[in-house]
Design a protein around this ligand. Sequence first.
Ligand code: SF4
Ligand code: SF4
Length: 453
Amino acid sequence: MSTCNTNCSTPYSKKRYITFGIITLISLILPFIKIGSNHFFLLNFEKKQLHLLFTTFDMQELYLMPFILIFLFLGVFFLTTLGGRVWCGWVCPQTVFRVIYRDLIETKLLGIRKRIKNKQADSKKSPKKIIAVAIWTILSFIAAANFTWYFLPPEDFFVYLQDPTEHRVLFGFVIAIALFLIYDVIILKEDFCVYVCPYARVQSVMYDEETIQTVYNENRGGKIYDEKHELIDQRNECTGCEACVTICPTHIDIRKGMQLECINCLECADACTKVMGKLGKTSLITWASSAAVEEKRETKFIRFRTIAYGIALSLALVALFMMGSTKEHMLLNINRTTQLYKIKDEGKVVQNAYTFLFQNTDSKDHTYYFEVLHDGISILKPSKSFVLQAGKKQKKIVILKADKSLSQNSEKDTILDITIKAFAEDNAKKIVVNRETTFIYPSPYSVKRYLTK
Ligand code: SF4
Ligand code: SF4
């Protein structure tokens, strides 16, 4: 009989360590990746900007946010339906941090814990514990700084670091995160996953019978617990060695079936692979859907739910890209002033006043001006273009004039729909926006009354 079914393949723990390394590297490097001044991803609280895929969006361009949130939520639903708690065991920072602290620092580096495969026993009392806490404290501060780089660009962070007393809120925030990480990883441990994390509570409603999980094969191993989780110990192939129990970081016995506490780390599957491998058998604990184990077949990854989520995710992604590509490189808000109009030159000229709020949302300075797309209406003020620095806003009082009659009614004032075309003179093809507003032209009766006032 071949003993090389699961025994010769790479253990899940090794694959997870490689994944942890890649994720940690990406998390550390990503905030530094930018083209020009545009980051790959940055939610800049200070400048109220979102940087996404090297494009900067002003907070006023929040039309992107719903698409990002829809994409994130659908992504979580899709991932959970397909892979159960794959996030918890393979990606979640809590799991990564616990593996670094418990398995790497306490066990491998300092030997405070005897073996990685026994996570039930607490670390022994040793002066080396101080070193473990000190190392984790340093790493906590690095992780806390790394987290803030997604909300404040690292280049600004390091400048502010030279004078932390001037940036007390920022560094208070970093210290608070670091202190939480120290408490969480050293004291709270996996209780965070079991009692605090909201994702652990809601994920089970996203499961179906084909969702992959850590599953004990009761058909082969035998029934160890009844439905009420009482020990009945009707073992078959299971040796009762409990290697799968002692290695479990959340202190559960997977032979009881799916439990809220299971973070899908698959350490128990690796442990059983070793035990059963010595007997020439494959592991009794596998990463598969419960239906697949029950019916002795492969897990069905392509099914109605996953296809539906896949389509919805693709649509959200397309919408996100389309909305992102229609980004305006300038913003313009137009408000009329409270005064309806002014009449000059004995009724020959009518003026309307507005407040224009220009914003340069591009990464370069530009010279702006605008046109009125309506016959008979022209710009009186401002008379020339103006420079606006990258990311800056400027209010302009704008006066438009009509020097020929546009009245359409002898009794009532005429409300004319007009279009303002604003543009950067140095790049009018790309940086241009059209805004609709109104111009009010008085009736002959109103002109007469105005002039006799
Ligand atoms: S039962 Fe324990 S060891 Fe097995 S996957 Fe779940 S959390 Fe990990
Ligand atoms: S490691 Fe495998 S054989 Fe040992 S108790 Fe767990 S399921 Fe049974």
